[in-house]
Ligand binder design. Sequence first.
Ligand code: GDP
Ligand code: MG
Length: 163
Amino acid sequence: MSAIMAIVGRPNVGKSTLFNRLTRTRQALVHDLPGVTRDRLYGRAIIDDRQVTVIDTGGFDPPADQPFAAEVHAQIAMAMEEADLILFVCDGRAGLNPADLEIATRLRRSQKPVIHAVNKIDGPRQEDEASEFFALGVEKLHFISAAHGYGMSDLADDILAHL
Ligand code: GDP
Ligand code: MG
């Protein structure tokens, strides 16, 4: 049986885009509006001949005009229950959000391995701006662009190291 990795994070950070890139499908619906993924999606990523089951938890993304705390908590509860590894995604364009800090704290308590990624870093220059995310209290941050592929090979290596 392959390991299960759940992608969690606030709505609109790029979870579904990342899911699609990792699984090389268009299965997960990507939209400019948060909340379009109706249910959680399972996909399969192959990294160097190793297989990992990837879950896009975006099914819990709420409509844009509703508070999302409950849904994000549901995402995390689901990931903590089902996943062997959690990929926590933040939005480097939106900047560090109080909810990101809260999610990081909850994930730390889960005692599951967590990989942290700051998405929407479409080039090396934006990495400097995204260094505020070290306030999450993590040693390793992956600066990635799910849309363009920046940083994906380091991320894939880190996923492999956790399988
Ligand atoms: P989700 O709600 O977390 O699943 O986020 P989506 O994957 O639906 O993406 C939300 C928006 O962010 C969409 O408009 C995406 O095109 C955009 N997006 C996702 N990844 C990137 C990225 O790496 N760079 C940029 N500039 N935009 C991105
Ligand atoms: Mg989504």
